[in-house]
Every structure is written in C-alpha cells, then in structure tokens.
Design a protein around this ligand. Structure first.
Ligand code: S3P
Length: 440
C-alpha cells in the first residue's frame, strides 16, 4: 500500500539564510528527450531528481537509451540519434507528469513503432485533446478514452506526418513543444503561433543542440531537416520551486534570504513581477547565462504586501506559481483579483477550487471564479486543508504557516516528491517550522 504524507506546520517564524533549490523541472524533462535523440554523449548537471523528471528518464530507458545516473544531479546520456529509439516492451508509465505525456505524444507520433502512454489518477483525468487534435491534423493516429484522456495509444506514423501551421487556442508550452517535437519527423514545415508568450525551453535547447528552429514574433517553425548534436546541459534551479520561498520571505517579518542559481528565463519570471507589483523586495543579483538560459541569485527581504489586479499578460509567465501567489494575496492588505487563468482548473488538481477551499478553511475570504479568484487579505487561522495530491498546493499551504495563528495540517502531500523532494529539508533549514508525517 502506498504511503500517505501529512505536513504539519507550526505558526510563525521567519526565513533566513541561503539555499539552492533543485533543478528546473521543464528543462530536466527536455534534457532527457533531446539528449536521447542527439548524436553523441550529453552530460547533464543540476538534473531534477524528482518523480516527474525520473518518469521521462525511465521512458527513454524503456525505448533503449542508455542513461547513467542520476547521481547528485549528474547524468550521462548516450544519444541514439533522431531515428534510434526502439519500441518499448510495455506501456510507458508517466506517473503524475503532464509534461512527459504531452511532449512524448508528439515525439512518438512520428516513430516507426507503436507505443502507449499511461499515468496516475490525476494525469489520467487531464485533457489530452489539446495535443491529440493538432497531432491528428498532422496525420498522427492516437487513441484516447472517450473523454480525450490517457491512456494514449499511439500508432507510429514514421514518414507519414505532415507539417501544419497551427494557431494555438491556449497559451501552452506543452502543446507548443509537443508539436515542435512532432515537426522534427514531419514533411514540410510545422509552425505554432502562440496567443501569448509561454516558456521557450524547448526552442532554446533545440538551438543548443544545433537543430534549426525559426522564431518570428509569436510563431515558431521547425522541419525534419536537421539533426541534434550532443550538448552538455547545466540545469538552473527551478524558479517554480524558488517561488515558495520568494513568497515566504516576503510575508514573514524579519526574513532575509538568498536563493542561488535560479533560472530567470523571461518566460518564467511572472512570479517576481507579480510579487514586486504587490510590494515585495526582490533583488536579482549576479545575472549570467548558463547553457543558453539566464540564471541569477535572488535576494528577498520581508515587506508588507498590497493586493493588486494581476495583469493578464503575466498569467502564462507565472502559471505554476498561483497556488503560492494566492497565499501571498491572503497575506496582503486589500483585495487581489486574478482572471484569465482558467488553465489552473486543469493542472495536477483544480488549483482554483482547491486553493479557495483551503484558504476558506483558514478563514480567508477567497472567492473562486471561472477563470481566477478574488481574495481579500486578512488574518490566517489554523486548520486542516487537503492538497488533493497536488505538490504545489501542499507546498503553498506550508508557506501560509508563517503567518498563521495556529498549526496548519496539510493532507495528501506525497506528491511533493514529483517536483521538490528536498522541500521539507530546505524549508526547515530556512526557518519554516514544518514536519512531515508518513502513514501507510
Ligand atoms: C510546462 C508547461 C506548463 C506548466 C507545466 C510545465 C512545460 O504547462 O504548467 O508545469 O514544461 O512545458 P502548460 O503548457 O500546459 O501551461
């Protein structure tokens, strides 16, 4: 039987000191994918050793790629070339990882073998039509459930995919990346136009592996003409993991922290912009470029926050950070409004409903709307909240403990291991009074 994990956070305290949070999840996934398809040997450091990225790693091992590690975040990938993957002997199980499933569906659509992608309960409920429909236009054959969910049964269409010019209806880096990976196996040109900028790690890493990708405004194009040349990767720390401490240090008086080596790709820094608009004091220090991605140290000192209307343009740039930004809003003076974020309803959980429910348990006036939330800042109480197996909800409510009047218990926290297994140790080292209890 699997273990259930409950987090218990005692109220108060502040965050102090410095920390390096683990590697970026999005970049870690892509390092395995492109390293596997490259000609030659790719060394990766800073790889995120957490369940989601490890699911991608296992999938490529199951398709015949030799990968050594990870050990202390280091991996050696013996690339098999663009056409070197072999048929997996069993369905590829991707756990909780939407990124693995959506990106792999594109990559596998054009292979010379069939495959099947499966996931846990949460992933099996998440929408996959957003990838299977445009892939079908390219000539892919993918069977889903009637609801358009996993398992995905993919009939490899080697040599038969054709490029499309796709206007993406939602701002999704997963859909964009899926189609670009399929485009590497399609006749003609595959283009994706995004309605708003989304994370561009796939495009950057393709260029790093010398694969031609063209960007014109909001349109990215790729073709099958190209090959990937192995390229060493240094994965920056994940700003989505750093976000918990950016908020924690902002809301807890007396805090002063430095988060080292954090990825600050401009398609990911919405959380810094939103917190600064609320009054946070975040300094970006020692900016540098590491392996094609901008990196910096982030210095945060506590500062009173004020509620804001979150600008629509920042929503895709902070899409994974809203659970903890809702906690920041609960601690701010006045009202914070978020709209244009319906995507949050189809993440690892319905993050609008689950966060509103938990904040209400803690005495906050949080009103969920179809595409966002309206939150009145106020005193945070004590109570028991449920994370619904969503890693970012579990960590967000842990941070709320810094301002709570009594203990907060958070149920169902085992999935913190999908993105940030070191959360409890780093958070407690910085000063959060958090313990994790396991029951089987
Ligand atoms: C990701 C893209 C985002 C994000 C997810 C990781 C990626 O999803 O929420 O955690 O690595 O491409 P969408 O593209 O569906 O918004």
């Amino acid at each position: 039987m699997s273990k259930t994990v409950t987090f218990i956070v005692q109220p108060g305290g502040s965050l102090n000191g410095s920390a390096r949070v683990p590697g970026d999840k999005s970049i870690s996934h892509r390092s395995i994918m492109l390293g596997s398809l490259a000609e030659g040997i790719t060394h990766v450091k800073g790889f995120l050793q957490a369940e989601d990225a490890l699911a991608t790693l296992q999938a490529f091992r199951d398709m015949g790629v030799r990968i050594e590690g990870p050990k202390d975040g280091e991996l050696t990938i013996y690339g098999v070339g663009k056409h070197g993957l072999t048929a997996p002997q069993k369905p590829l199980y991707l756990g909780n990882s939407g990124t693995s499933m959506r990106l792999l569906s594109g990559l596998l659509a054009g292979q010379a073998f069939d495959s099947e992608l499966t996931g846990d309960k949460s992933l099996s409920g998440r929408p996959m039509k957003r990838v299977t429909e445009p892939l079908a236009e390219m000539g892919a054959e993918i069977e889903t459930t009637e609801k358009g969910t996993a398992p995905l049964k993919i009939k490899g269409q080697a040599g038969k995919l054709k490029g499309i010019d796709y206007q993406m209806p939602m701002a999704s880096a997963q859909v964009k990346s899926c189609l670009l990976l399929a485009g590497m196996y399609a006749k003609g040109i595959t283009s994706v136009t995004e309605p708003a900028p989304t994370r561009d790690h796939t495009e950057r890493m393709l260029s790093g592996f010398s694969y031609p990708v063209e960007k014109q405004g909001s349109k990215v194009s790729i073709s099958a003409k190209g090959s990937l040349t192995a390229n060493d990767i240094d994965v920056p720390s994940d700003i989505s993991s750093a976000a918990f401490f950016l908020v924690g240090a902002s809301i807890a008086p007396g805090s002063d922290i430095v988060l080292r080596h954090v990825g600050i790709n401009p398609t990911r820094t919405g959380v810094i912009d939103i917190l600064r608009l609320m009054g946070a004091k975040i300094e970006v220090l020692n900016e540098r470029i590491v392996g094609g991605e901008p990196v910096a140290d982030l210095h945060v000192v506590s500062s009173p926050l004020t509620g804001i209307d979150i600008p629509d343009a920042l929503v895709p740039l902070a899409i994974d950070e809203f659970p903890v930004l809702f906690v920041a809003a609960a601690c701010a003076q006045g009202q914070t409004r978020l709209s244009g974020a319906e995507e949050l309803r189809v993440k690892e959980s319905d993050r609008i409903q689950v966060m509103a429910d938990g904040l209400q348990v803690l005495g906050i006036d949080a009103e969920p709307t179809a595409d966002g939330m309206i939150i009145q800042g106020g005193p945070i109480g004590a109570g028991r909240v449920i994370s619904h197996g969503d890693h970012r909800i579990a960590m967000a409510f842990s941070i709320a403990g810094l301002k709570a009047s009594g203990p907060i218990e958070i149920e169902d926290c085992e999935n913190v291991n999908t993105s940030f297994p070191e959360f409890v140790s780093i958070a407690t080292k910085l000063g959060l009074k958090l313990i994790s209890e396991q029951a089987s």
